[in-house]
Design a binder for this molecule. Structure first.
Ligand SMILES: Nc1ncnc2c1ncn2[C@@H]1O[C@H](COP(=O)(O)OP(=O)(O)OP(=O)(O)O)[C@@H](O)[C@H]1O
Ligand SMILES: [Mg+2]
Length: 284
């Protein structure tokens, strides 16, 4: 199994290396990077390229590790026991019927190797990663209700993404291969745009990219626009048929771009940008 990139996803050389290293080591690939740099999409694309079904687990602040293993649905069992006519009372006798399998259980017991995405692990509480140490390491866990050991038939290819909202514990980090997706340089970004807008006019792309990197490089910006925001913006520029002149100021200085709401997401940043444009104009 080797990942060599895909038609829909631009993977840099070091990202491909990282994916393959994690597969070789049989360890989860922990992917970090700014929002919108393709962390979630990476798992989808690798799964597709390696022809593995992808099981996804999207983590929220309320998610508990146990939910990824299994949950015992005691309420349904109680209800069934009161309504005796369900299967003549047979169903309720077997506790197996009330075990709700989580993503890890499904991944471990699948008949073929699968890819498993644990998306945004930093959203959960601090105990979450610690609670999954053994499962990730040994690829097994014990179901106390049915007294069975669930062990992975095939080791899944695991992707874990994080937006760095919380630090992950050292013991957890030790078990992962780590990769930070750097913000794409102009060349890589051009390739990413080409994947999404194959027929985009070169001139428009050049001006849009220049404006985009100018905005990103503004010192003091609260939220820098991401890859996905550039793509949104380009989509709008094309849809609204914005002329290139609207993006370029004659003297090659920054101008407030049209539809800037696709790139800047709070009023302080917009004000900051407008101020800069204003100052540059006055300095001419
Ligand atoms: N390398 C890439 N190749 C192609 N498209 C990309 C790439 N990186 C980002 N994109 C585009 O950006 C979008 C956002 O990517 P994705 O949802 O994977 O980001 P993310 O890193 O998971 O963000 P978040 O941290 O907010 O969840 C994708 O839907 C895709 O259109
Ligand atoms: Mg994501």
């Amino acid at each position: 199994m080797k990942f060599k990139g895909s038609d829909n996803y631009v993977a840099t050389q070091d990202l491909m290396l990282a994916v393959n290293a994690a597969i070789t080591l049989k360890r989860p690939l922990l992917v970090k990077g700014e929002p919108g740099t393709g962390k979630t999409m990476l798992a989808e694309e690798v799964a597709q390229a390696l022809d593995l079904p992808l099981l996804q687990w999207h983590i929220k602040s309320t998610t508990k590790a146990q939910q990824g293993l299994y949950e015992y649905d005691a309420v349904s069992r109680l209800r069934d026991s009161q309504l005796k006519d369900v299967d003549g009372g047979e169903r309720v006798k077997d506790i197996q019927n009330y075990i709700v399998k989580g993503v890890l259980w499904q991944a471990f017991t699948a008949d073929q190797p699968v890819a498993l995405l644990i998306d945004e692990i930093d959203k959960a509480d601090i105990e979450f990663p610690n609670d999954l140490l053994r499962e990730i390491d040994r690829m097994e866990f014990y179901c106390y209700e049915t007294r069975e050991l669930i062990r992975a038939k095939h080791r899944p290819v695991v992707f874990i993404t994080s937006n760095n909202e919380k630090e992950l514990p050292d013991a957890f980090l030790r078990r992962c291969f780590f990769h930070y997706i750097k913000f794409p340089d102009a060349e890589t970004m051009k390739n990413i745009v080409a994947v999404h807008f194959p027929g985009l006019k070169q001139e428009l792309l050049t001006s849009a990219m220049k404006t985009f990197y100018d905005v990103r490089n503004l010192p003091g910006l609260k939220k820098k626009p991401s890859t996905s925001e550039l793509l949104d913006w380009l989509k709008l520029l094309v849809a609204e048929d914005i002329p290139i002149e609207a993006l370029q100021s004659k003297d090659d200085k920054v101008a407030v771009p049209p539809l800037v709401g696709a790139l800047l997401k709070n009023e302080q940043d917009v004000t900051l940008f407008e101020k800069l444009v204003f100052m540059q104009r006055n300095n001419r």
